[in-house]
Design a protein around this ligand. Structure first.
Ligand code: PGA
Length: 250
């Protein structure tokens, strides 16, 4: 049995005061839950705050991006080891907003994936098709190409230390969730593609669904055979909503 995981992706939201209230609400709401794993991925400046408020509890924390280099003259970039310094367990890699707004490619996402693993971080590797791609019937090709970027470099052994998040771009922040069956079909496809390299790794792989997950739809999504939890954007900014989604993963 795979253990479920619920991860909040705060994106570029939050301030010290509102984060404090949010984290207090999450900590209090999730404290007694034992059936799954929980985490929040916060903006870089708030990693210290997340660390001081979450350490010793059952909510892990992480970042939303990193630079693939260990150190150097890369103005504005953040190295994997810096995330480790602040106790991060997770780092989101290749989110569609990074790909779409910041020119990230399968090549750079794969380099970041490898760098995260070298630092001992757990990459949450995002894949997903746009609406135009879904309507053109190329969802599986798109997801396969994204997944192959890491399968061909880090291999199945790399994926054994990672999490995959299927996030259809048309469902992110739009209120349009993939139906449980739509999501399940792509999750099964991802697992089967990893199984072509290593069936044990594929069976154990944690595959999250992301895209307008709410308290109201989390249970039916998480009930699907190959959906192992969620990557939660908007609803992770409201403590009660995020806690309700964490409960649905029990
Ligand atoms: P959303 O975002 O839950 O607001 O759709 C999900 C994500 O981008 O990870």
């Amino acid at each position: 049995m795979r253990r479920k995981l619920v991860v909040g992706n705060w994106k570029m939201y939050g301030r010290l005061a509102s984060n404090k209230a949010l984290l207090e609400g999450v900590v209090a709401g999730v404290r007694e839950l034992k059936g799954a794993d929980y985490a929040v991925c916060v903006p870089y400046p708030y990693l210290a705050q997340a660390q001081s408020m979450l350490q010793g509890g059952n909510v892990a924390w992480g970042a939303q991006n990193l630079n693939q280099h260990e150190e150097g003259a890369y103005t504005g970039a953040v190295a994997p080891g810096m995330l480790v310094d602040f106790g991060c367990r997770y780092v989101i890699i290749g989110h569609s907003e990074r790909r779409g707004l910041f020119q990230e490619t399968n090549v750079s996402a794969s380099a970041k994936f490898d760098a995260a693993l070298r630092a001992g971080l757990t990459p949450i590797f995002c894949v997903g098709e746009t609406l135009a791609e879904r309507e053109a019937g190329v969802t599986e090709q798109v997801v396969a190409t994204q997944l192959d970027a890491v399968l061909n470099s880090a291999g199945a052994q790399g994926l054994a230390k990672a999490v995959v998040a299927y996030e259809p771009v048309w469902a992110i922040g739009t209120g349009k969730t993939a139906s449980p069956d739509q999501a399940q079909a792509v999750h099964a496809f991802i697992r089967q593609r990893v199984a072509q390299q290593d069936s044990h790794v594929a069976q154990a792989l944690c595959i999250l669904y992301g895209g307008s997950v709410k308290a109201a739809n989390a249970s039916e999504l998480f009930a699907m055979q190959d959906i192992d939890g969620g990557l939660i954007g908007g609803a992770s900014l409201v403590a009660n909503d995020f806690v309700a989604i964490c409960r649905a993963a029990q």
